[in-house]
Design a protein around this ligand. Sequence first.
Ligand code: AMP
Length: 472
Amino acid sequence: MANKSKFQAIRGTRDLLPPDTALWNRVEQTAHEVFTTYGFDEIRPPIFEPTELFARAVGGDTDIVSKEMYSFPDPPEATEGSRRFIDAVVAIGEEESTSEGKTKRITIGEKHLPELYRLQEEWKKSDLASLRPEATASVCRAYIEHNMQQMPQPVKLYYMGPMFRRERPQKGRYRQFYQIGAEILGGPDAPAIDAELIEMLMTFFDKCGLHGTELSINSIGHAADNCRRGYVAKLREELLKVKDKLGADSQRRIDTTPLRVLDSKLEHEQAIIATLPHIADHLCDDCKAHYAAVKRELEARGVIYRENWRLVRGLDYYMRTTFEITAQGLGSQNAVCGGGRYDGLVELLGGTPTKGIGFAIGEDRLILSLQEGGKAPAAQGPDVFIAWMGQNAYATAIRAAKTLRNTGFRVELPGTELKFGKALERASKLGSRFALILGDNEVQSGEWTLKNLATSEQQKLSEQALLEYLRR
Ligand code: AMP
């Protein structure tokens, strides 16, 4: 017997259904419009990329890369890894002359094994691809690959689409989720650039009708000893003093990424974290001036912000400005956007030193917050339902439907004949605004009957007059 068990969407994924999809489209349309007015163009990178790209850009020991990526083998025809592996094996060999000419005898001794194992690991890694957990890495890869540093700088790009992380699903957290993001690559790191990017974001949220957002900003300095590195050393020192009182995750991070301890949401760690040193007191003069100028620039643009010294990013190439936006109605997953400056990333991915700043909006959460705020569109019914009877009327109905649709109306034309009573019943069920009634009389006289389904008013109009009436 055939297996009749039903299929369900995989945990952490979901169908976006009407009428919600209308809201998704409206949000995306708003992004296209607002970002374009700020001089951004759209980029559509692929959904999967070499795993190594994300390992390098997002960081090998972040949760995203170490636990949450959907990766799969995708060996190219001849990989860089395999070539390097074979070259390495050949290099071990010793040349000798035989009757057939010069050959290489390859004897692999135990002393060669560690190096070969290392190369094999590298080779394996180079054959892995991952579904993208975020898109900044892809945009930087594309910037390098397509020589965009030759274009007028900075290059301003935005993207939207699905991202994939194997996180524990909950409200506002999915395994396939959607981000709308923008990146500014190249050019100077003038504070005005940071401020204008944030202004654009707030304009976008405003145009979406999202109210009650809160913008937090911070500066995390840059990697030098007299700036963030000095601060991190001091932070580690202070954290070691309270190590016993911290949870296991934070204890581990003291060694690896002490800044990340500041991200902790654990209730019992909050009081301890409150006593830790603030980065603002350790910024070098340049970073301090940059931060002060970003704040001035935000004020000049009427952007309201809150400073949050705990807003950090763990990786070295992040620097100076970081920001986050929270929205209402989302419970614990209330961040709708995160962003920051990442001046070292393009170089880390093999490009020339390039300034960069960007953000990613969580579209699922933005939609949730709009819905909680009562911004969900109602299901949309047809503008006109065409109730026809008789083959002559059907020919006219087909033509009328085409004309009305060309004019932009949403039209329902039943493909089988229905008694007028039944047709009007169906029109009401669908939530139609008007019913266009076409029978033999209407076709002969050229006067069509239009019924307003909300008021039950009925009028006779010529085709031309009907179009004009509906347009009004
Ligand atoms: P990130 O790329 O981690 O900086 O995240 C940027 C934004 O994407 C966050 O502020 C969230 O709004 C959203 N986001 C991140 N992870 C998820 C997820 N698993 N589900 C839904 N939204 C997410």
